[in-house]
Design a binder for this molecule. Structure first.
Ligand SMILES: CC(C)(COP(=O)(O)OP(=O)(O)OC[C@H]1O[C@@H](n2cnc3c(N)ncnc32)[C@H](O)[C@@H]1OP(=O)(O)O)[C@@H](O)C(=O)NCCC(=O)NCCS
Length: 179
């Protein structure tokens, strides 16, 4: 099945929409979080998420530690991307999530990742954009390749505050390849 006839729009997320991100993680099962490389015990409680997002949205883009992009299919939110490890003017890391499993594997992720990469490269004036999914999570690895990212390497790390130590695959998209 494919959603090719639907209109897919990736756009910068507004503060009130971050509730979708918080709900996505707080409502997830431990099994699902594990499949993403996330340790359920390390997912922050709601108040901390809200405070972090409010603080980030108050900053100018040059000073942001996190930038969020909402994915809409026919005007309805279906997923999001976040970016972190931002070095403005240089590089950042992105993450990708479609909320509902029924909306996955329909070509949506590839289309949204392509649009989202342009948003990050332009907004953060990046030279390169990375994504380092859990090596055992097939979906993002296939999607990044389909969206034009180049495979760089596989190595072991603790990618973020919510993750357990894990093997990750590093994918990279250079500015010149897109803009
Ligand atoms: C990762 C994600 C955003 C990809 O979006 P998607 O809409 O499912 O991806 P697409 O339908 O565009 O598929 C892109 C490619 O990946 C492949 N793929 C996607 N999911 C797959 C899976 N579970 N198993 C095997 N291949 C898969 C598709 O077959 C397609 O391959 P092709 O280019 O050879 O045709 C989505 O699957 C998702 O939200 N997964 C759960 C969250 C997650 O794992 N996030 C990653 C955290 S870093």
């Amino acid at each position: 099945m494919n959603d090719a006839s639907s209109i897919r729009i990736a756009r910068p997320m507004q503060l009130f929409e971050t509730a979708l991100v918080i709900d996505y993680f707080l409502n997830a099962t431990p099994e699902y979080l594990n499949s993403l490389g996330v340790d359920p015990k390390l997912v922050p409680e709601r108040a901390l998420w809200i405070a972090r997002f409010e603080q980030q949205f108050a900053l100018p883009v040059e000073e942001r530690k996190v930038l969020l992009v909402l994915w809409e299919l026919d005007d309805k939110p279906v997923g999001f991307s976040s970016s972190d490890k931002i070095r403005f003017g240089e590089e950042a890391h992105m993450h990708l999530h479609i909320f509902n499993p029924e909306r996955r594997l329909r070509g949506n992720g590839t289309a949204f990742v392509r649009q989202t990469a342009k948003i990050y490269l332009e907004t953060l004036k990046l030279k390169r954009l990375f994504c380092e999914p859990y090596a055992l999570n097939v979906a993002p690895n296939r999607t990044l390749q389909a969206a034009g990212f180049k495979y760089i390497k596989t190595y072991e790390t603790t990618p973020g505050l919510m993750n357990f130590r894990q093997p990750v695959t590093q994918w990279m998209l250079e500015r010149e390849a897109v803009l």
